[in-house]
Design a protein around this ligand. Sequence first.
Ligand code: LUZ
Ligand code: MOS
Length: 757
Amino acid sequence: MSSMTNKDSYGHVRGESLFVDDINVKEGTLHALVFDSPSAHGKIKSIDYSEAEKLDGVERIFTYAAIPGENQIGGIIPDEPLFAEQEVHFMGQPIALIVAKTLAIAKKAKKIIKIEIDESPVVTTAKEAFNKGLFINAPRKFELDVVEKGFQESEYVFEGETFTNGQEHLYLETQASYAFPLEDGNIKIISSTQGPTSVQSIAAKVLNLPMHRIEVEVIRLGGAFGGKEDQATPWAVMTALAVYHLKKGVKLILERHDDMRMTGKRHPYESTFKIGLNKDLKILAYEVDYYQNSGAACDLSPAIAERTLFHATNSYFVKNAKLTVHSCKTNLPPNTAFRGFGGPQGMFVIESAIVKAAKELNIPVRKIQEANLLQENDEFPYGQIAKQVEIGKTWNEVKSQFDISKKEKEIQEFNTKNHSVKKGLSLMPITFGISFTNTPMNHARALVHIYQDGSVGISTGAVEMGQSVNTKMLQIAAMSFGLTPDKVKIETTNTTRIANMSPTAASATADLNGKALLNACDNLKERMSEVIAEKLAVNKLDKISYQDNFIFVNGTKSKLSWEELILTTFLKRISLSEHAHYATPEIHFDKTKEKGHPFAYHVYGTALTTVTVDCIRGTYEFDAVQIVHDFGKSMNKGIDMGQVEGALVQGMGWMTMEEISYDEKGRLLSNSLSGYKVPDIFSVPKEINVIPLETDGNEMAILKSKAVGEPPLMYGIGAYFAIQNAMLAFNPSYKIKFDAPMTPEKVLMGLYENDLK
Ligand code: LUZ
Ligand code: MOS
């Protein structure tokens, strides 16, 4: 069954799949529009809603004053109001919600609201905030005992600075919510969120209602990438607030420009590093300060900062490390989760440090990478002992399968023969930890109903967002019961069926919910075993299995069909429903010591990236990205390959062409698709070759099929360094930069760097 196609592909292609904006709304449903701050920092002197309120068709304008509970949506630290009160802290910060009969009327009303703001100084970069002492919280530090000694013992020490820019999520479906009243003042919210329980609990807090009065339903998301882990919540809560007061359905769908302006992105990081190596190129010491541009409120910043520390040493064993992350408060929209969750930012820095060292020592980068790859039983800086380490295997496989020495020679010959086009390559190893770094979040639930006709309905806490988790859940239930997938239905993700969900995030959702689902199926089968025993006169030593719609005994098909078993079980008054739970075993972490075993397992892989740079124009094309990836035992090759390819290209976009830009007033300049470029079909690598590593898989992964959502994004970092290697072939005096993204403009400047002086 490892080739089961994505359950959603048919509906998507035909336009039949339902997203929030496709739901048939009730008659009289109202439309909402957010009135947001035109200024990035200041005190609100006055707001005049009177003209707007008088407009025909405007139902009501809600501000913080309409909130019955707390005006607070902060998840980790309570520092973010739903609606600004006296002050604004970023351009695009919600101040009010206009609710009207049509969206056109709401837009008209928005234009005639008058606001006066007493402007305060605006801070847009992390270092600036750091220098002014503006922080979200105290810095977080992983410090191994003897860093100074490590540097003293080092033969070579190099220092440098890096920058990685933010990244716009650019989910196809913008932020969306539709809420409506149920009986007795209860409220139902249909939201495009990764975290139905976050929406439920924050709506409850804002409305001063117990959580059970609020039902959150998710059908599917048109993409999320982390952008809807926390930041789907405000829009959902706003619609719930309007429903609370108006007792009518209210719909809020952000338009693309509003979405880009008002929502946070991947955190930009400025970092300073110091790396020490011995004669054998072993990294003896590594010290980094990461300056995270957190934006105007906490959001998920501390959790993201934490993952930066966990992935600071990427795939390498580093004996002495001192890693400090500063969450710096700026006047940008609160930056948030984005595929990789701070990991990519951390990994870029150590790759930069290694490249810097290699260039200074005039040796191939891969010599340093290779000398430091993690080995079995190495200890990560956070105390976890590395087990089932596959990084060396993926590295060696890439080198041999794609004949790296030959390739390097070919590139050298090409570069000698060609003056105005040059090629470059890079190797990028990745190691990514699977589990929420916050241990208490690592559990999930599933609910399975077997109906008396033998058809099955399953609910889990997993949210479908295009990653095909629903298909994986269907596959698990179908496999467990020996049914074809059409006998199983996946239900929506709904807080009344599955309570207390962690968000669909951290690459861990198929593992957590899939294992809960397997537990539910196993419990049902356990219960039905007595029915089978009676029907087929089997004994305890006989091996029962479920295959091809029948019960098998000792591998032989019996005459008992699934349908007959189900009907018999039902008539015997045995429950055909099961609710089960799964919590990742073995994981723990002690934040007072910054030591523990936070991850269920790690995912490994290596990418080889080859690029051709047009040295007249500064443009580039990727010839190939060749990857050996550790899927474990992939439960669905089509889906998993798609995740690797998609993540790779998204990572390459972040590293090369996606450039977020704010002016000094905190205004987003890259606020549309004409100014913000993402990879399209013309800019993806000409060849993407993903070879699965042969391995036994890992028991902690669902069906030994390892998490695949985030890890491959970091292969994209290879693109950044491949380009610069090609540039060096054209301009040997080019000084290598660690300033991503490497846009064609920067390439062109670099190619002629000494000419420009
Ligand atoms: N979200 C979260 C995540 O809350 N905790 C995590 O560790 C995480 N990791 C990756 C992506 N989202
Ligand atoms: Mo995420 S970055 O929502 O897994």
